[in-house]
Design a protein around this ligand. Sequence first.
Ligand code: ADP
Ligand code: MN
Ligand code: MN
Ligand code: MN
Ligand code: MN
Length: 368
Amino acid sequence: MSSSPIEWKCVADKPAVMGRYMGLEVPGSLTQAMYVWIDGSGEGLRAKTKTLDTEPKCAEDCPVWNFDGSSTGQAEGCDSDIFLYPVSMFRDPFRGGRNKLVLCETYTHDKKPSESNRRKSCKVVMDKAKDDKPWFGIEQEYTLLGLDKHPFGWPKNGFPGPQGPYYCAVGADKILGRGVVEAHYRACLYAGVKISGTNAEVMPAQWEFQVGPCEGIAMGDQLWMARFLLHRVAEDFNLVVSFDPKPIPGDWNGAGAHCNFSTKKMREKGGIDVINAAIKKLSTTHQRHIQVYDPHQGKDNERRLTGLHETSTILEFSAGVANRNASVRIPRTVAEDGFGYLEDRRPSSNCDPYSVTEMLVRTTVLNE
Ligand code: ADP
Ligand code: MN
Ligand code: MN
Ligand code: MN
Ligand code: MN
């Protein structure tokens, strides 16, 4: 009987087999640095590895590198080199030891940021706003799929029972894929990603993790690396992660990336006035925000922001205390304390956090 590639993969990935090799001693201070970047889709992640002679202490210690942009939707074949500029470094939870994961920005041959490099302009904005100390915390929702791209654990020809019992649930009849969630949580902590929690979501096989609070550009860096770790962990489980904002049409919750946001003034006594002033500005710039809250100028979010399933309609801005059907929610505790943060519930699960945080700061801090 011939074995399929998938069966082969399962054998090769057995811990006992891999352990034999991953346990081998590597001479001197040789370090494997896996460079990670966002591809031409603005959603996908790619990675490749370079051996460094010494252990880098920070991203600046890692050399500039390049890749074939014609294979990632980032360049034409005749002029295909795209440069990788290391910007943020993490410990590698997969290879362990001194090995690293290195998040990179992408640049074209003439040293211009590539089209899907949204970090560059975000960084400029965060530098301008740095005295306001903008903090963000993103709630990343996602769905686990099998290799057939069907939600993991769902009946092959049908649906699980209706939503209700699954959110924050416990029990084998309600929970699908917890192993991935637990492994990812530890991988983030090991790597140095500021993961602040996880929970099971309303739709079965849907989950959330939170990253933050992070200041300025760190929000995007941390969330992108958290996403990379999730894809990579799920790979070990032979599962696939979907960040689609509405993976199953109909009476099933979509997936978002709520962005919690505050400035220094919002976090201090009387900050609620600053929060309300920010919400007023957001109410006049709704369309501008929707344009950058998913990678397709609002098209993806159209399927999700229907006004049902704990969302607000994409068509107009709304805000309220403890209101989960609004564009922006002021958490109850914030209203009671009189300071804190606001929650922008509009960003899609597949948003680029660099674009979302940049736009929030442009509107509310820089008054652009
Ligand atoms: P929800 O009640 O909407 O499900 P979560 O507990 O999932 O909220 O997420 C709250 C997020 O808010 C966390 O990521 C946390 O880091 C972030 N957060 C908390 N305080 C602040 C703050 N002052 N500014 C920005 N983000 C914050
Ligand atoms: Mn080659
Ligand atoms: Mn949440
Ligand atoms: Mn949620
Ligand atoms: Mn939320």
